[in-house]
Design a protein around this ligand. Structure first.
Ligand code: ADP
Ligand code: MG
Length: 250
């Protein structure tokens, strides 16, 4: 579904990503791991359209999407989850789901507000979809809580919920497990797996929690120092000498 073709990124003198090629197969939950500073987020940001690569190409379903901005990618079904914008922390969970994010950068919040006003009044199909999302993620009991009052894990579930409100097919998740307690971590893992199996979402996941990666992702790609150093099932990667060294050395 996504093909990253020999992509590099230089910031000033720093080469953050060097000649990385990898694929995310349709229907997969693909993992991306590596020590801090490996270049994972930089690679994600290039795929998500936050900035263009210095070199190389990114394809979505065979179509060249290199350098397309987030709102264009959004319309092609590719989204990156993002923190709930500050402006929305004083809205309830249900209201947050009604605001279908028009892009991932927050640049278009005003349009989102306008649409929200409209949705609130008349679009019952959207209201039904909100109920479905709340039910699917098992967060109906906090539907009327302010988003700002949710726990870290509940916020991540709401992030997934906002993604479900869009027509995304390809979802980039940067550390869905960060700052989440054990109980909710299980729920997040389950939600991602069910979205994948039951609703056909393809995921690419950056994560530091190896248990979560092992439970969720196959294949897993490993980056270190800007380069792709190994790819495969987590069980194989655990025994890979280069991977062990990258983590020990990092
Ligand atoms: P990871 O997500 O794997 O921890 P990053 O992609 O965030 O790694 O960073 C890779 C390298 O690129 C690091 O050396 C980091 O300092 C550098 N880097 C990332 N973003 C920027 C930026 N906007 N400007 C300058 N250097 C950056
Ligand atoms: Mg990062």
């Amino acid at each position: 579904m996504i093909q990253i073709d020999n992509v590099s990124k230089t910031f000033g003198g720093i080469q953050a990503v060097r000649g990385v090629s990898l694929e995310v197969a349709e229907g997969s939950i693909t993992g991306l791991i590596g020590p801090n500073g490996a270049g994972k987020s930089t690679l994600f940001n290039m795929v998500a359209g936050l900035f263009p690569p210095s070199e190389g190409r990114v394809l979505l379903d065979g179509r060249d999407i290199t350098g397309l901005p987030p709102h264009k990618l959004f319309h092609l079904g590719l989204v990156r989850t993002f923190q709930i914008p500050h402006e929305f922390s004083r809205m309830t969970v249900r209201e947050n789901l009604m605001v279908v994010p028009p892009g991932q950068s927050g640049e278009n919040l005003f349009n989102a507000w306008l649409r929200w006003g409209r949705v609130k009044q008349e679009d019952s199909a959207v209201l039904d979809k909100v109920d479905d999302v709340l039910d699917f993620l098992e967060i109906t009991h906090v539907a009327d809580e302010l988003a700002g009052n949710l726990s870290g894990g509940q916020k991540k579930l709401l992030d997934l919920g906002r993604t479900m409100m869009t027509d995304a097919r390809m979802v980039l998740l940067d550390e869905p497990g960060a700052g989440v307690n054990r109980t909710l971590l299980g729920k997040i893992r389950e939600a991602i797996q069910r979205l994948n199996r039951e609703r056909g979402y393809t995921f690419c996941v950056i994560e530091h929690d190896m248990d979560l990666i092992s439970a969720l992702c196959d294949p897993v790609h490993v980056m270190a120092n800007g380069e792709l150093i190994a790819s495969g099932a987590m069980t194989e990667l655990r025994r890979n000498e280069q991977v062990r060294e990258a983590y020990l050395g990092g």
